[in-house]
Write a protein that binds this ligand. Structure first.
Ligand SMILES: *Cc1c(COP(=O)(O)O)cnc(C)c1O
Length: 430
């Protein structure tokens, strides 16, 4: 590995997320500085190429450098790059809000609240639902439910909803009270459901929790429970949104309309940081009144509804429409299923593969099916070794390797990804 200027400066001045920096800056670490991307492939400064196996942390949809996204970005830049959404509007945001709402059946959602990332999209829903119950005269609805091992983002609010103790345990004392349920069964033990404000859930699959799938019908059953007690259902589709499930949204795959939906990662096809919270009209209406009534939702960020992001998001939605993305994905999902099945048969270390649409988690264990000790960080080592087989990806908590490819991959590239994991596991474990 050659030391470039960017490489040196990074190790000297930058602090990376979720990263032990003494390792990153240590001699043994394979620091990778990415310089270019085209389609499903990324390239480092030396021109070494890698298949983008986790779609740049689950954001990219149609590949890097997509001409229509590029065009939308540059065209909007020539109009205006950013204006405030506090007290003024902008053209692409106006159209995007309508186009997002049109992705659901008529009347499902009434409003879009824009923000910058998945965490803020969740935070918006959280503050909104608390205020909503106060506004409609049910202030006793204060309890928030979420699920064990859930992940909803990293700020204190969103992190309080999360249940991954490795990330949050240190801050336990400062978290606001959230009841974490182990599953649907535990709903029966909720003492007074009429004091519950909302339930947060990642529909279909919990990404950070080792890609664990909810059982079929789980979301619909949760919806029914919420309807029975008037509880609001808040779907975190930050990972599953925009086709990852094989449908536009995982909630749609599960046949459910939540009360709020948070989206971010794929909203701009992985180009710009932009997020949106879908809100039912009935909830929006509760916030209407005279200024003196103090019903205003006081929340926002400097870059809310950034025009560049909104313009690119609109182009992303047009790609879905005009390039039959969801239809084409069905073949990819089949192909991935075949490749994963083969991987499980061929590799003694692949304990289980979990697939939800075009999302996959590959669990590595020893040949007796026992988990490796956490401190061995086997999946991490396998992912680092996979780079030498042209695959770039990372594990989530536990020894689970994520395979979440851009939608523009070919069947050969899906096979390459599976082979790379097989070979990398051999390199590390044999
Ligand atoms: C990534 C993610 C988030 C947080 O989104 P950021 O854009 O990283 O803030 C929240 N929920 C889920 C399910 C996610 O996958």
């Amino acid at each position: 590995m050659k030391m470039t200027k960017a490489f040196e400066l990074d190790r000297q001045f930058s602090w990376h997320p979720f990263t032990q920096m003494s390792e990153w800056c240590g001699d043994g670490e394979e620091v990778l500085i990415l310089a270019r991307g085209q389609g499903a492939w990324l390239e480092d400064e030396q021109g070494q190429r890698y298949l983008d196996g986790n779609s740049s942390i689950w954001t990219n949809l149609h590949g890097h450098g997509h001409p229509r996204l590029r065009e939308a970005l540059l065209t909007q830049f020539d109009q205006v790059e950013h204006v405030s959404y506090l007290g003024t509007g902008n053209v692409p945001a106006s159209f995007l809000a309508k186009e997002l709402i049109d992705l659901w059946e008529p009347g499902a959602f009434g409003r879009i609240f824009f923000s910058d990332n998945g965490t803020t999209a969740i935070e918006v829903a959280l503050k909104m639902v608390i205020q909503y119950w106060q506004l409609v005269g049910q202030p006793e609805r204060t309890q928030i439910l979420a699920f064990e091992n859930a992940y909803h983002g990293d700020t204190m609010g969103a992190a309080s909803l999360g249940g991954v103790s490795l990330f949050q345990g240190r801050f336990d004392h400062y978290r606001f009270p959230v009841r974490h349920l182990s599953g649907l069964e535990e709903l029966a033990t909720v003492q007074d459901p009429h004091q519950v404000a909302a339930v947060f859930i990642e529909p279909g699959v919990q990404g950070v929790n080792e890609m664990r799938l909810w059982s079929e019908g789980m979301l619909a059953a949760l919806r029914a429970w919420c309807d029975q007690y008037g509880v609001k259902l808040i779907a975190d589709e930050v990972m599953t949104g925009f086709g990852r499930s094989g449908h536009m949204f995982a909630s749609q795959k599960e046949g459910v309309i939540p009360d709020f939906v948070a989206v971010a990662k794929g909203l701009t096809g992985g180009v710009m940081p932009l997020a949106a919270t879908f809100i039912r009209e009935e909830i929006f209406n509760a916030f209407l009144g005279t200024f003196e009534e103090q019903k205003t939702f006081y929340y926002g960020h400097s870059y809310t509804a950034n025009p560049l992001g909104c313009a690119v998001a609109r182009a992303n939605l047009r790609i879905f429409q005009e390039e039959n993305v969801l239809e084409r994905l069905q073949g990819h999902i089949q192909c991935l299923q075949g490749a994963l099945q083969q991987l499980q048969e061929n590799s003694p270390w692949v304990y289980q593969v979990r697939q939800y649409g075009f999302i996959a988690g590959i669990e590595i264990r020893d040949t007796n099916g026992k988990r490796f000790p956490v401190e061995k960080r086997v999946a991490r080592k396998v992912c680092l070794a996979a780079r030498r087989h042209q695959l770039l990806t990372r594990p989530v908590a536990g020894d689970v390797i994520i395979l979440m490819l851009p939608y523009c991959v070919t069947p050969d590239e899906i096979q390459l990804a599976a082979n790379a994991i097989n070979q990398a596991a051999q390199d590390i474990l044999e």
